[in-house]
Design a protein around this ligand. Structure first.
Ligand code: 13P
Length: 249
């Protein structure tokens, strides 16, 4: 039985002061022992957020990492820096980073291997554009993204990874994939993982859905057999996030 994982992706929102306030608001609302709860926050908010959520069920996540250990990479943040600041999870390959910062599948593969080597839990994002969906290449595209991301990753390591399926057309648009559409792709992802690693490993890997998930639609999405959680943008900055975490209460 896979434990559900509900993660907020704060994106580029919240100053350190605002971040601490948001943690105080959300702390009492996100208690649910059936769910792993993660706040993925901007790099500069990691330390104050880690301090603010100490002793709670909230895990701290980062929104990105760099795949080198240290050195002349101005502006980047390493896995060791994240770990030392109290980070447990790290998002990689978000469509916004792919689009605006030109992250490639090969970069994501390097980030995935570095995170696993260091003991961070990767949240690997994938997902098609509207154009790709309309061209009928959604499954092919997502399979390609993940096949490259997982190159050289052992089955034992793959089990630790969380995958987030986020159709680009559903992100920040208010246009959620229907539960059936989301399940169809999450099932295809599980089938790919079975091809790559066998069913024991594929059944252990958690697959989230992301894209306009909110308090109103989360129950139906999270009831699907291959949807093991959510990666939530806009609604993670509001008390609504508590309702999503408590979708089963
Ligand atoms: P929204 O929930 O705002 O659509 O964002 C989803 C997302 O990109 C999470 O990573």
């Amino acid at each position: 039985m896979r434990k559900k994982i509900i993660a907020g992706n704060w994106k580029m929102n919240m100053t350190p002061t605002e971040a601490v306030k948001l943690c105080e608001t959300l702390k009492p609302l996100v208690k649910n022992e059936d769910v792993d709860v993660v706040f993925c926050v901007p790099a500069i908010d990691i330390i104050p957020v880690a301090e603010a959520v100490k002793g709670t069920n909230i895990n701290v996540g980062a929104e990105n990492l760099y795949f080198e250990d240290k050195g002349a990479y101005t502006g980047e943040v390493s896995a060791d820096m994240l770990l030392d600041a109290g980070v447990k999870y790290v998002i990689m390959g978000h469509s916004e980073r792919r689009e605006y910062f030109h992250e490639t599948d090969a970069d994501i593969n390097k980030k995935l291997k570095k995170a696993l080597e260091k003991g961070l839990i990767p949240i690997v994002c994938c997902g098609e554009s509207l154009e790709q969906r309309e061209q009928g290449i959604c499954f092919d595209f997502v399979r390609m993204q993940l096949k490259i991301a997982f190159q050289g990753v052992s089955a034992e390591d793959a089990k630790k990874v969380v995958i987030a399926y986020e159709p680009i057309w559903a992100i920040g648009t208010g246009k959620t994939a229907t539960a059936d559409q989301a399940e169809e792709v999450c099932k295809a992802i599980r089938d790919l993982l079975t091809e790559l690693y066998g069913s024991d490993t594929a059944e252990a890997i958690r697959i989230q859905y992301g894209g306009s998930m909110n308090a109103g639609n989360c129950k139906e999405l999270l009831a699907k057999p291959n949807i093991d959680g959510g990666l939530i943008g806009g609604a993670s900055l509001k008390p609504d996030f508590g309702s999503i975490v408590n979708y089963n209460k």
